[in-house]
Ligand binder design. Structure first.
Ligand code: MN3
Length: 196
């Protein structure tokens, strides 16, 4: 099976004014696409080319070329759907209750998520995950991701510089704040929680 680049789940300008069409043009069209191209090149003519993304991620060690590219393809697909036009603010229902139960309050969750996203040194990701039945915030380096650690990903933010440099320059905290205030797709996180 050849891995392909899926379309974004919204128009390129749908996240404006927070994330520009220019950012998505590069981030999806160049960066995400490069991981797809590299992965297909690495697997060309090999039996592993028939494996699913998830199987490749499970079967290769963190940091190997196949892992890095397969995980980055998965991470980016997950990140695109972790955002939506008119997102952000407080989640509702089951997810809100679970956040209150496991973090104490939604504000406390926001503090932990922001701290993880801004303190990740260099390239990586911050996540809301389900870990042994409890919600938790984690951060991972480079391409690493929760499924490699027995956790279920509910929501993610890409904190590689290419995710925010065009719109926010070096101000990662402002990007993280904008993600939480205006972009986070709580409906997706709720669906992932229900499906876990
Ligand atoms: Mn990225």
């Amino acid at each position: 099976m050849t891995i392909s680049l899926p379309d974004l789940p919204y128009a390129k300008n749908a996240l404006e004014p927070h994330i520009s069409a220019e950012t998505l043009e590069f981030h999806h069209g160049k960066h995400h696409n490069a991981y797809v191209t590299n992965l297909n090149k690495l697997l060309e003519g090999k039996p592993d080319a028939r494996k699913s993304l998830e199987d490749l991620i499970r079967d290769y060690d963190v940091g190997t070329p196949v892992f890095n590219n397969a995980a980055q393809v998965w991470n980016h697909i997950f990140y695109w759907s972790s955002m939506r036009p008119g997102g952000g603010g407080e989640p509702k229902g089951e997810l809100f209750d679970a956040i209150k139960r496991d973090f104490g309050s939604f504000d406390r969750f926001k503090e932990e998520f922001s701290a993880a996203a801004t303190s990740q040194f260099g390239s990586g990701w911050a996540w809301l995950v389900l870990d042994k039945g409890k919600l938790a915030v984690t951060k991972t380096s480079n391409a690493d991701l929760p499924m490699k650690h027995g956790q279920t990903a509910l929501l993610t933010i890409d904190v590689w510089e290419h995710a925010y440099y065009i719109d926010f320059r070096n101000q990662r905290p402002k990007y993280v704040e904008t993600f939480l205030a205006s972009l986070a797709n709580w409906e997706l996180a709720t669906m992932n929680l229900k499906g876990a």
